[in-house]
Ligand binder design. Sequence first.
Ligand code: GLN
Length: 445
Amino acid sequence: TEDALERAAAINRRVQAFLHLDREGALATARALDRQSPDCRGPLFGLPVAVKDNIAVRGLPSTSGSALLRDYRAPYDATVVTRLRQAGAIILGTANLDEFGMGSSTTRGFRGPTRNPVDPTRITGGSSGGPAAAVAAGAVPAALGTDTGGSVRQPAAHCGIFAIRPTYGRVSRYGITAYASSFDQVGCLATDLRVLGHVLSQIAGGDPRDATSVSRKVPDFAAAAARPELPRRIVTVGDADLEVLDAPSQRAFHAAVGRFEEAGCEIRRIGLPNPESSVAAYYLLACAEASSNLSRFDGIRYGHRRAGQESLPTTFRESRTQGFGTEVRRRILLGTTVLSRGYRDAIYGAATEARRQITARVLSAFDHGALLLLPITKVPPRHLADPVPATADYDGDRFTILAALAGVPAIAVPAGERSGLPFGVELMAPPWNEAALFSAAAAFS
Ligand code: GLN
């Protein structure tokens, strides 16, 4: 653990993956584990992990990347953290993100960007860029992130590692700072597929503290990763849906499809639900939920308070105006509008109906035991020196948001490189069939 902390600190100077390294807590956990008798050791015994900083770790800063929560410390452990501890993992620290998970770059947190370990002049992607960089740079073998619309899969693809977004309800959200509750799921990132499986198996399972979590038997995903097996059929997209990818990414994606074909999979091509509608539905619904969830940050109960205001409403307004970054404020305004009288049926209702139709389309791809294969990103990670407005990133989520809208599991799998940078693809499965994803990813890798 001493070595891991030292390595993490050195890596952090280069890429700023961690927001907080918990030297004392990690060493105390390690000492307690040393005293454990060997037959009591959990399946993650001694495994150093990083935890995205919107997941509560008791006693540690839990800022969600927001100046509003600059001084906030979590008073309790999230259920996933409790389960990591029970399994013997050692939490090295909290990792960087876009403010409240809103973004695809990890440049929009108040502490500044995380750099891509593969090329530190570039972004990691996001919003779980801190966890992805910590894993890809070798600070930790595994990390927890959250995936609302792609936030573990997209940075994993940009950094060349594995990540899984489980079925909605597979993992408890208790202790996660809510962004969009009907989409948020905790996801895992790792360099090794079996480690990824072990971590997911340990954190998964119903939790009385999260009514949307589901009590179902949790398979041994590491065992699934140890049993490479391809589905008989892979469903993917045709050229029309791939036009938005740059040429090297198109070639890399075709090469990935070719590998499945050579391995004996039957390849079937479908058209995606209209991407403009998917992106619009996702952002309207996510922002509507965010405007409601983030109303708790009022300057009274949590976080930053702008002192010296003459009334309660101005305290609310000024604290929020100072505490939230521009993109978060934009989304709250959009979400509040979507939910307001006169717009609710027209906009929120239409987006909900679009979600229903997209879900039906996604589920129909899984006929005959097929898995769905999609690109993750349109282009390689951009240079940090070329910032773009946050809204320009929305369309880049067109592939990853499908699993989020439909609530199905998806795994990001490294698939070589393009333009000298990591390229990743994602496989999606019907709800509760993460095991098929682990076996297919193992056979592909
Ligand atoms: N980029 C998407 C968004 O900003 C997804 C982020 C996430 O999954 N947290 O909403």
